[in-house]
Design a protein. Structure first.
Length: 164
């Protein structure tokens, strides 16, 4: 499927310029029965709250005009506000496909865990369960060292904020 996208460049003066480019990117989308998109489609309340116009997990091909406009208005970890375009393009260039997510098991949901620093997991012994997820979001400086049995300890995760 051919598509148009914006390529952004930052000048030495800090101004952002954009150019239209075209690409031929074809990606298979296999939606599992347990997907968030399915749940949102089936629930009127959720349909009002969720916007799937931008992918949650960004990669080089998702860096477009609409993505820039929407995410530049929100501060990290919810957007790119204040981040130089050069940093974004450099970082996203390392992620060259949305297929970085393992799609080897069609119909299987990607499992995510969100771990914070409030102490609610203390004594839970959920570390192995947390580490078994595909993505682990560690928020608000969630500390892992010394809490692996309760909060997990794998570094195979996305860290929208600093984790120790």
């Amino acid at each position: 499927q051919a598509g148009r996208y914006w390529r952004f460049k930052q000048t030495t003066g800090g101004e952002v310029s954009r150019e239209i480019h075209t690409s031929a990117v074809q990606e298979a989308t296999i939606e599992a029965h347990c997907s968030l998109r399915n749940a949102v489609r089936e629930d009127p309340f959720l349909r009002e709250k969720f916007n799937f116009s931008l992918p949650v997990l960004q990669w080089a091909g998702s860096f477009s005009g609409p993505a820039w406009m929407q995410l530049n208005s929100r501060a990290p970890p919810y957007g790119w506000k204040g981040l130089p375009v050069k940093v974004l393009t450099s970082t996203l260039s390392l992620l060259n496909s949305s297929l970085l997510i393992d799609h080897s098991l069609p119909g299987r949901c990607v499992r995510c865990a969100v771990v914070g620093n409030g102490g609610i997991l203390r004594g839970s012994r959920q570390g192995k369960n947390i580490d078994s997820h595909d993505f682990i979001f560690r928020m608000n400086g969630a500390v892992m060292k010394g809490f692996e049995e309760d909060a997990g300890g794998l570094e195979r995760s996305i860290n929208p904020s600093t984790s120790d």
